[in-house]
Structure formats: C-alpha cells, structure tokens
Design a protein around this ligand. Structure first.
Ligand SMILES: [Zn+2]
Length: 173
C-alpha cells in the first residue's frame, strides 16, 4: 500500500457527514457543528456513542468509517485545531491515550503492525481540520495484497459494536 493510498483512506472519515454539511451551506468551524465535539459531549463510553475511553481532557472513539476493524481516533475533548494550542495537560493525556489505544489494539487484534498519524489541515487530508484527531489502526503483513486479490468478494468487517467490545475489553488499566 502506498502512503498516498493510506492517506486517501483516512480522508474518508466522516465523509458522509462532511458532505451533508457542505450541502447544507458549507462546513463550519464552529464547535456547534463539529461531529467530534458532539462525540465529546456524548457522555460515558458506550456501544451507542462508540467512545472506547474517556479521560479528563482526551477521548478515544471508533472511526465510524474504519480503514480496518479496530481503527480508532484519539482526540482532545476540547475543540482545538492546532497542536500548539493544546495545554500541557491535554498534550500529556492525549499521548497517554494514544499509547493505551496502541496497547489495546495489539492485545485485541494481535496485528503485525500499526499505523498512527494525523492529517493537520485540509490540504493534508483532514476531513475535520478544526478538531485535532489522530488515527490508530492495526495492519497485517500483506493485507493490501489480500484486499486486492479478493476485491471481487465482499469483505465484511466486524461490526463497530464488536470492535468496541474487543477494544474496551482489552483496554489497559
Ligand atoms: Zn470540535
């Protein structure tokens, strides 16, 4: 898989929502219209909001349009678009949440590797540039080739609810 393809995959995140927003008068940078802020305000982790973990300043949620099963987003609870605008506490907990997400994915899925990364700004591929979010997803050796070879076959990923259960079960204490 080329890096370009990977980034293209990440760009699909919440594309349905973004498209709907665009049709209804353009994407706003307001918190009121931010899907991540709505998730941040959706309460305790549950199968309904697909929030896997929630801390004081950061949270982890399953990507509603996963590139692979177990694909999560790690975000500050606050509506912040620039790395430099994170407080030290937010930065610290955000990074700790990333480490925990990696540990949970490794325990739940035993992948051959993981990708983690962020698209900063729309030109870099961020679907929602106004709210920082970092992707963490499991990868397997040859998974691209596998997907290509079975392109004619419908590959059914596990449900988001099952991914949620696997990751919350495997979340480090
Ligand atoms: Zn937001």
């Amino acid at each position: 898989m080329s890096l370009e393809h990977l980034w293209a995959g990440w760009r699909r995140e919440y594309i349905v929502e973004a498209t709907a927003q665009e049709r209804s008068g353009g994407i706003s940078h307001d918190e009121a219209d931010c899907v991540f802020c709505r998730l941040a305000a959706s309460g305790l982790p549950s199968e309904d909001n697909l929030v896997v973990w929630r801390g004081e300043t950061a949270f982890v949620v399953l990507n509603a349009y996963p590139y692979a099963s177990g694909h999560v987003l790690v975000l500050p609870l606050r509506h912040v678009g620039a790395l430099a605008d994170l407080t030290t506490d937010e930065s610290t907990e955000w990074w700790a949440a990333m480490q925990a997400a990696v540990a949970a994915i490794e325990a739940a899925y035993e992948p051959d590797g993981l990708n983690m990364g962020a698209n900063l700004g729309r030109a870099a591929g961020a679907g929602i540039p106004a709210h920082l979010h970092l992707h963490v997803l499991p990868r397997w050796s040859g998974d691209t080739n596998f997907m290509t070879s079975v392109a004619e076959t419908r590959v059914m990923p596990e449900t988001l609810q099952l991914s949620w259960k696997r990751l919350t079960d495997a979340w480090p204490e």
